[in-house]
Ligand binder design. Structure first.
Ligand code: PLP
Length: 405
């Protein structure tokens, strides 16, 4: 076979992504090395996935141990790692029941199907409407791009599933105007991640809870990006005075092993009876063995404490550098989900920071064209952060110079 390079991507991959020029080959903690041996500090973590960093020794051990025993059995049989992981999720959250799948979109798909089925079983076919929020992101299946509040992700893919409407995020009166007895679910991200890092107000989430109670609709929290320690709580809802009926988790749940989960209560779970839904890989022993270890580590009070401390350190430093170079009009965050909104002068340039960051040896991410997004590992070390900020300062200086001359 010929040499594998970035050009190979253009030759053999469907062109739905535009990956960076460099190809990473190895990672350790929050450091990553590319094919040429250049080192990067990773502040993206595979988009909120590598919550415990790269090649975490505890996760590697859990995966290798399981790999020697049993890889896959399908759901014709159950398996010990899945039961153990589900038990832990129930112990650590509001949930009584867990459904495992393989991605975030699938977790949301399951949540929306559960809402429809639960409403159908208990109230009848008329109660099928789903309310989501503009600017939200819920995945790329046809149902989830439709629930997502960004038209660009569904344009050209129509016809899409019906019965879904949107209200402005954090606009409680709009939600109140939209909800009715025909509503089966309200779907919300506690912090809009892809949409630009916008945290929900307490008023909005508490109000949504009350409206869902009043109209017998399920409140679904999409915690695919905010979950598994990201905000300094195991799940973001635990920092609010609101308990959802359904919660979806993925991304950091497997620390890099692809897995998703839908969590709900016993009463709601009844509507997904035998044969109503399923997945061949869902609850795969390899993935679930890793999930158990991830949950053990992330739920430790010291891990969650560190998230809050590291978040303060990063936000302070970004504020300082942002002021120095006149870059940001606002920095929004929930724990280690951090979004820096660029000033007008830099609008449209978020991607430039990612590209220059790679030149300087630091990995940054975007949320749209005007927001630089950081989602570092929860356990990023002081030494890694020090290196990261040296490189970020160089990145900012270079771009400021290019723009200001
Ligand atoms: C990433 C993400 C998804 C989709 O997850 P996939 O694993 O890519 O399907 C859904 N919702 C939110 C909030 C996300 O951040």
């Amino acid at each position: 076979m010929s040499e594998i390079t970035r050009e190979t991507f253009d030759q053999v991959m469907v062109p739905n992504y535009a990956p960076a020029k460099m190809i990473p080959v190895r990672g350790e903690g929050s450091r990553v090395w590319d094919q040429n041996g250049q080192e990067y500090i990773d502040l993206v973590g595979g988009i909120a996935v590598n919550g415990l960093g790269h090649a975490n020794s505890l996760l590697v051990e859990a995966l290798k141990n399981q790999a020697d025993k049993l890889w896959h059995v399908s759901n014709v049989l159950t398996n010990e790692p899945a039961l153990e992981a589900a038990q832990k999720l129930c112990d650590l959250t509001f949930a009584d029941k867990v459904y495992f799948c393989n991605s975030g979109a699938e977790a949301n798909e399951a949540a929306l199907k559960l809402a429809r089925k639960w409403a159908f079983d208990n109230y009848g076919a008329h109660k099928n409407e789903i309310i989501a929020t503009y600017n939200s992101f819920h995945g790329r299946t046809l149902f989830t791009v439709t629930a997502g509040g960004q038209a660009k992700y569904r344009e050209g893919f129509e016809p899409v599933p019906g019965g879904i409407s949107h209200v402005n995020y954090n606009d409680l009166s709009a939600l109140e105007a939209a909800i009715s007895d025909n509503t089966c679910a309200v779907l919300v991200e506690p912090i809009q991640g892809e949409g630009g890092v916008h945290p929900a107000t307490e008023e909005f989430l508490e109000g949504a809870r009350q409206l869902c109670d009043k109209y017998n609709a399920l409140l679904i929290f999409d915690e695919i990006q905010t979950g598994v320690g990201r905000t300094g709580h195991l799940y973001a809802y635990q920092g609010y005075d609101v308990i959802p009926d359904v919660l979806t988790s993925a991304k950091a749940l497997g620390g890099g092993f692809p897995i998703g989960a839908m969590l709900t209560t016993e009463d709601k779970a009844k509507s997904l009876g035998i044969g109503t839904h399923g997945s061949t890989y869902g609850g795969n022993p390899l993935g679930c063995a890793v999930v158990s270890k991830v949950l053990d580590e992330v739920s430790k009070p010291e891990t969650l404490e560190q998230v809050k401390k590291t978040s303060d350190t990063i936000v302070t430093k970004l504020t300082e550098l942002g002021e120095k170079f006149g870059l940001f009009q606002e920095i929004r965050h929930g724990g280690l989900l951090i979004g820096c909104e660029l000033t007008d002068k830099y609008h449209g340039r978020a991607k430039d920071f990612v590209i220059e960051g790679h030149n300087q040896g630091v990995m940054l991410h975007v949320a749209g064209a005007n927001v630089i997004r950081l989602l570092p590992a929860l356990n990023i070390s002081d030494a890694e952060l020090t290196d990261a900020f040296e490189r970020i300062e160089k990145t900012f200086a270079k771009i400021a110079k290019a723009v200001n001359g």
